[in-house]
Write a protein that binds this ligand. Structure first.
Ligand code: ADP
Length: 444
């Protein structure tokens, strides 16, 4: 600014000075003529620069500043600095915006910017997916026109956004979303949508589980409580009645005991802080033990066979593997009527090791098979209870196998029987023991 006036006055000063000199040297007419000529020249110079400024303002480009002199040069230098600063700001803004968009694109939650009338200003791809918004076509549309859910309308109208709104949306796959509104600026709002489908599913599983456990415990507890009440009312119970009541009492107590034991096993298997023990498990030896247990469980009602086709062992938890194999064997006995056959087998199939139990029992209808490993899922509730089942056996098997990177395979035909196979990958295989003998026991 300091030399602005100097630069502004230099032109008029030169015009004035030259005219004065002409006046003194050549007289008044010459002075006036010089003044007019120089004023016209000055005006032409300013008009030319004004035109250059006008042209430049049409397309302001700091790299194409007009070449000027004097005050105009000074003005254009200022303009140059201003446009450079503005271009830099714009660049920075564009980078910030690009970064924000990139972050918003990978953000796991949906984000929608709404104006005062709840019209969509912008949304990220996750929100587009959750809420079915087309970011190119739906900008400017009211959100409630696109997400036609009465509870969303109520939520927006109530203007109480402290708690998120949980709604179910019908997308390609059903989606449960938690919607949270956050007002910002003067009138705008940020709508955040979070996919809580799996969280909700886990919560349902947890609720069902608690309900199932309570239900399982209630029946035996009712029997025990009833018996104790009878005993309190009349101590003089006839000995036969007393024997039967005690029998019932023992059965129900055992049922509760089994349930609690299975629940404890399951909770240990599900506990992520409980790492798998990597022991050298002698499977042929384990199966020989299980075979004897099966004989005593069957009490001669079935023909049981054991075929050990490989001496290979497994790397894993002996206790868990024993529990899984024993569950499969005891199921075969419990779901096979008297006179049926049960075949226990340990063999290699390709690179896998396979433990299987085949029975000639009641079999399972195909539509039940995918659900059998769910906790408390039973095909026939009363049969399971009569034979001492807790409904947790196959859930335990599934967990044990998955901790050993194994897989459970179920083949079954109603009225003919079932085969439950546990497959283990190569990585779990322990080389065959030199002493291990491939053997066969029982009836084929
Ligand atoms: P449960 O204690 O009821 O036997 P499981 O989890 O071990 O519970 O098994 C779940 C259900 O699968 C059983 O209730 C039964 O209906 C069915 N099931 C399991 N094993 C067999 C089998 N070998 N033959 C027929 N049905 C079976």
């Amino acid at each position: 600014m300091d030399n602005f006036w100097q630069r502004l006055l230099v032109g008029p000063a030169v015009v004035g000075g030259a005219s004065l000199i002409a006046w003194v040297a050549f007289g008044g007419t010459a002075g006036l003529l010089t003044l007019s000529a120089l004023l016209v020249a000055l005006l032409a110079h300013d008009l030319r620069n004004l035109a250059a400024l006008y042209r430049w303002l049409q397309r302001p480009d700091p790299l194409r500043m007009p070449a000027t002199t004097g005050l105009w040069d000074h003005l254009f230098a200022h303009l140059y600095r201003l446009t450079r600063a503005q271009a830099r700001n714009q660049e920075e803004l564009a980078v910030a915006l690009r970064r924000f968009r990139e972050a918003a694109t990978v953000f796991p939650d949906g984000i929608v910017i709404l104006d005062a009338q709840d019209r969509i200003q912008w949304c990220n791809p996750t929100a587009a997916k959750h809420l079915g918004i087309d970011p190119r076509l739906d900008v400017g549309q009211q959100i409630t026109r696109l997400v036609r859910h009465p509870r969303l309308v109520e939520y927006l109208d109530a203007q109480n956004y402290r708690e998120p709104l949980v709604i179910r949306l019908e997308r390609d796959l059903p989606l449960t979303a938690a919607i949270q509104l956050i007002p910002y600026g003067d009138t705008e709002k940020l709508l955040i949508s979070r996919d809580i489908t799996s969280l909700e599913r886990a919560e349902t599983v947890r609720r069902d589980f608690v309900a199932n456990v309570s239900h399982e415990l209630r029946t035996p507890l009712t029997v025990v409580a009833g018996f104790l009440e009878n005993l309190a009312d009349g101590p003089g119970m006839d000995p036969e009645m007393q024997r039967r009541a005690l029998d019932l009492l023992r059965q129900q107590t055992q049922r509760m005991q089994r349930l609690v034991e299975d629940l404890l096993v399951l909770s240990q298997l599900e506990d992520t802080r409980n790492p798998l023990r990597e022991e050298r498990v002698d499977v042929p030896e384990l199966l020989r033990l299980l075979y004897h247990e099966a004989q005593s469980l069957s009490a001669g009602r079935h023909r049981i066979g054991l075929e050990i086709k490989t001496g290979a062992g497994l790397l894993g938890s002996a206790e868990e593997l024993r529990s899984a194999f024993s569950n499969l064997v005891s199921n075969a006995i419990r779901y096979t009527p008297e006179g049926g056959r049960i075949e226990i087998e340990w063999k290699e199939e390709g690179s896998e090791l396979v433990f299987s139990v085949q029975d000639t029992g009641i079999g399972i209808e195909a539509h039940h098979i995918p659900r059998l490993t769910e906790r408390f899922y039973r095909v026939d509730r009363s049969r399971s209870r009569e034979t001492g089942g807790t409904g947790l056996g196959l859930a335990i098997v599934k967990h044990v196998l998955s901790r050993h990177q194994g897989m459970l395979e179920i083949e079954s035909e109603v009225g003919k029987g079932s085969r439950f196979s546990a497959r283990f990958p190569e990585a779990r295989r322990l080389p065959q023991k030199a002493s291990a003998l491939v053997s066969r026991a029982g009836v084929a």
